[in-house]
Design a protein around this ligand. Sequence first.
Ligand code: MTE
Length: 334
Amino acid sequence: MLQRDPNAKHPKYIYMNRRHFLVKAVPMAAGAALLAACAPTLGQVTSPPQAPAGTPVPTMAPKDLPAALAHTDAFSNVTTDELGDKLNTFEQITNYNNYYEFSTDKEAVAPLAKNFVTAPWFVEVNGLVNKPRTFALADLYNSFKQEEHVYRLRCVEAWSMVMPWVGFPLSDLLKMVEPKPEAKFVKFVTVFDKSQMPNQNFPILQWPYVEGLRLDEAMNNLTILATGLYGKPLTNQQGAPIRLVVPWKYGFKSIKAINQIELTDKAPLNTWQEAASNEYGFYANVNPEVDHPRWSQATERRIGEIGRRRSLMFNGYEDQVSSLYQGLDLRANF
Ligand code: MTE
């Protein structure tokens, strides 16, 4: 995001532009390093995925997701979304990725993430809940019905794709842990594992990557935890083994490789807001009427298409989500 000019069409131009921004980004990175050095609490550290004491090591590995899906209608061979937009291909979706822990170059993420080890994996759910719990991946596959969800993903950089996810509503998991009445927000944290995620060794962003939703946004039917795509387990570059997908918000909200979910009473400071609060907010709802300070959000480039298309309010999910924001100034709360 720091490096993207969304109006650039030619890959080489994008490449040049990326370099330009990387150079510009250095002072921020240095600043982040400095801040982290004098404020240890900023560098909130979680450990790599590991079993809590007494948890049996799961027998199910990500490759077993297809078996878990066998008794569901997890991949229906649909070819379009509900607006009639064609699905992006598996190749497009898995070779053009934002995943800063591995690379700031979208086409380099897939090869660099290839050997990322995602089994065993645990997701700890805690904070303001009655029944805190650590889920092994097998629990997540088996306790929740895995279904297909075809969604548009609209990046804040103004490119987009249509993706056939496999996953389950986040609300199913939240109901199981029983949020306390004072829980108002949900915080998500990506695994922190410098030995596997090369860029976590550098202050490109504040690590680990953090995102947040209001509890009512988290409970909305559209919000899912994705475990797969095109009927197969997620690839590493997509955020295996489990990631968030919030289709009416800019893509940076859809945090990858989650191993902690915490219910809180305060809005979590998400990673991009922390990096540049004048450019990236907490809400990050797709809004063609509110431009990014450095580019227009009125249009977008659908990967695989020539030319640009009009961006849609809430990414086309207005009917399902606009009631969440009644009375909220969407310009101030961007
Ligand atoms: N999650 C983590 N942990 N690290 C990241 O760099 N990038 C975000 C989001 N989730 C990111 C992340 C951004 S900016 C986007 S647009 C989407 O992932 C991209 O998802 P995709 O690569 O599956 O298209």
